[in-house]
Design a protein around this ligand. Structure first.
Ligand code: BG6
Ligand code: MG
Length: 215
């Protein structure tokens, strides 16, 4: 049975997926890459540098930029993103998530953050939910990002639990693949057919809702 929950951040706890998209969209416009919904969806859950590679790959232009130019673009994206997240408050917690965090705490589940974002600790602080988490996986120490299972494996280790006692909760296809590959129970928010448990929006997430789909 499940004893711990590994949370994605952007698009699950915080309404920040739109800010990542907005900042990347501006970079894409600047380097004349057509921004499409498919491209936007493919970036969800993916690390900063991997996101830039996917943007360039979408038009076969990875080789047009030096490493230094790519680093400058990634830094520019992050500077814009940080302006957008500086104003986050507890009001930006996605609907139903505060109640779900409280429900999990009440029932003694252990929580860990499994976000690819290096901005995650600051966002948790702004949302005032840091204290709910026993651990935060450091994405800077990963050999491979989502969809590789490493981040969700490290999340289980941080809780001292085998992966089959952990549920991962995600809004991205890359993240669900990572959870499944780690051998954890996958909970998807949105249209994610690969998720074992599915909710349309964060508002529907609850222990009862999860149990109902497990039976
Ligand atoms: C993930 C987001 O949580 O973090 C991605 O879904 C983002 O869109 C990734 O690229 C890395 O975030 P950051 O803040 O380190 O650039
Ligand atoms: Mg996400």
């Amino acid at each position: 049975d499940i004893k711990g929950f590994a949370f994605d951040l952007d698009g699950v706890i915080a309404d920040t997926a739109k800010f990542h998209s907005q900042a990347w969209h501006n970079i894409a416009d600047q380097i004349k890459v057509t921004w499409t919904p498919t491209l936007a969806a493919s970036l969800k859950g993916v690390s900063r540098m991997d996101s830039l590679e996917l943007i360039l790959e979408s038009v076969n232009r990875q080789a047009d930029f030096s490493l230094a130019e790519k680093q400058a673009l990634a830094e520019q994206k992050n500077n814009e993103y940080q302006l957008l997240i500086a104003k986050l408050t507890p009001n930006d917690i996605l609907p139903g998530i505060q109640a779900f965090l409280d429900e999990l705490r009440q029932h003694d589940y252990r929580l860990v953050l499994a976000s690819a974002s290096k901005n995650a600790p600051g966002i948790l602080e702004n949302l005032k939910v840091t204290e709910y988490f026993a651990a935060i996986v450091d994405p800077g120490l990963l050999k491979a990002g989502k969809p590789d299972p490493e981040i969700f494996e490290k999340a289980a280790q941080a809780l001292h639990l085998p992966t089959n006692h952990v549920a991962g909760i995600e809004d991205s296809a890359a993240g669900i693949q990572s959870i499944n590959a780690a051998g954890e129970l996958s909970i998807g928010i949105g249209d994610l057919p690969e998720a074992q448990i599915q909710f349309d929006t964060t508002n529907e997430v609850s222990l009862a809702g999860i149990r109902a789909q497990l039976d």
